[in-house]
Design a protein around this ligand. Structure first.
Ligand SMILES: [Cu+2]
Length: 144
């Protein structure tokens, strides 16, 4: 199988929203949830993810905000697909912002740490059932 880069630059016609309109419609919601996250969520588990240990986290969290940005940028375009998102330079700016928000939250909540939690769904680099904790080793990037 031969892989090649796309040769066209136009998105397919259809009722897709114009990207900046899609982001603009969400900007006040994003600002409000980000402010609430930094000012009201003080527990790392609640701050960090949507499904800790496979349980629904109904608290506002950075993963949920992060996921929304992936969808809103480009109007539910390629930033919504992990296989393609990393090819867009805005992906890196977006993730730098997530890192920045984490650093800000850590300054505000210096006594809340990761609690060992079972990875209930698995990921690109972990099997289902792996326990994530403060002792979790670095990711082994064998394919690089
Ligand atoms: Cu992301």
């Amino acid at each position: 199988m031969q892989l090649s880069w796309p040769t066209h630059r136009r998105r397919s016609p259809g009722p897709q929203p114009i990207p900046y309109v899609c982001v603009n419609q969400q900007v006040f919601s994003i600002l409000a949830t980000t402010y609430q996250l930094l000012t009201a969520v003080t527990d790392y588990t609640n701050f960090s993810c949507t499904w800790p240990g496979g349980q629904t986290n109904t608290a506002n969290n950075i993963e949920n905000i992060h996921n929304g940005i992936h969808s809103f940028i480009g109007g539910f375009g390629h930033m919504a697909f992990p296989e393609m998102a990393g090819f867009d330079p805005i992906f890196w700016m977006h993730h730098a912002q997530v890192d920045r928000l984490l650093a800000m939250w850590q300054v505000l909540n210096q006594n809340s740490y990761i609690v060992p939690t079972v990875n209930a769904f698995g990921s690109y680099y972990e099997s289902v059932g792996t326990v994530d904790s403060g002792n979790t080793g670095k990711i082994e990037w064998d394919w690089i």
